[in-house]
Design a protein around this ligand. Structure first.
Ligand code: AMP
Length: 221
């Protein structure tokens, strides 16, 4: 199964994708995580991407799509994948479809995690990320059991450099500009399902699971 999670920064795409990937034996592909890894390892791609990411701008399509093609061709995607953070604009959506077509496959579901502005700001400004396993925590909503250490692997937690007020504003402006054409594109293809992601993570997950089961049932008919 191939799923796209769409939604603004702070919608909880990463949190949901990690749980879903485990439950459904799918690969979790986060372009943001892949880019941050490249930045921290100072690869050629990382050096090119760093400046865009620090400004809250999109990394050029050709760089991200090339990186995605390589990731999707890895063996752990055989059973399918969950895309988190890709596509970010219409060009990427079309490139993704073209790429999948050459592999004789397609996206099954696009889940749009609709989130209100106060929730987005509250989540992003308090977000903590594990430097080892990438699990997300929140200073207030989901604090770690031990101060600044991951409950899952004991790794150190950090605040993302782009989770500051100024860059958050820029990221949201980019999102607003790009998101309508994407919603329209997947709406026309009848793949889009909207759900409110303001709720607690568990409630959102239950809704996602229902949508996946509904889709699987529709294939049996
Ligand atoms: P995220 O972790 O998804 O919030 O992404 C963090 C940053 O990585 C974004 O603000 C962009 O600079 C960059 N990025 C992630 N995914 C993409 C993408 N699909 N296209 C362009 N830039 C991206």
């Amino acid at each position: 199964m191939k799923i796209i999670l769409l939604g603004p920064p702070g919608a909880g795409k990463g949190t949901q994708a990690k749980i879903l990937a485990k439950k459904k034996n799918l690969a979790h592909i986060s372009t943001g995580d892949l880019l941050r890894q490249n930045v921290s390892e100072s690869t050629g791609l990382g050096e090119k991407a760093r400046n865009f990411m620090d400004r809250g701008a999109l990394v050029p399509d050709e760089l991200v799509t090339q990186m995605l093609i390589q990731r999707i061709s890895q063996p752990d995607t055989k059973n399918g994948f969950i895309l988190d953070g890709y596509p970010r604009n219409l060009t990427q959506a079309k490139e993704l479809d073209e790429m999948l077509k050459t592999h004789d496959t397609r996206i099954d579901l696009v889940l749009y995690l609709d989130t209100s502005m106060p929730v987005i700001i509250q989540r992003l400004t308090g977000r903590l990320v594990c430097s080892q396993c990438g699990l997300n925590f929140h200073i207030k909503n989901m604090p770690p059991k031990k101060d600044m250490l991951c409950d899952n692997c004991g790794g150190e937690l950090y605040q993302r450099t782009d989770d500051n007020e100024q860059t958050i504003k820029k990221r949201l402006a980019v999102y607003k500009k790009e998101f309508s054409p994407l919603i329209e594109y997947y709406g026309k293809k009848r793949k889009l399902h909207r759900l409110s992601a303001d709720k607690e993570a568990e409630e959102v997950l239950n809704k996602i699971m229902q949508l996946i089961e509904g889709y699987n049932d529709s294939l049996k008919v």
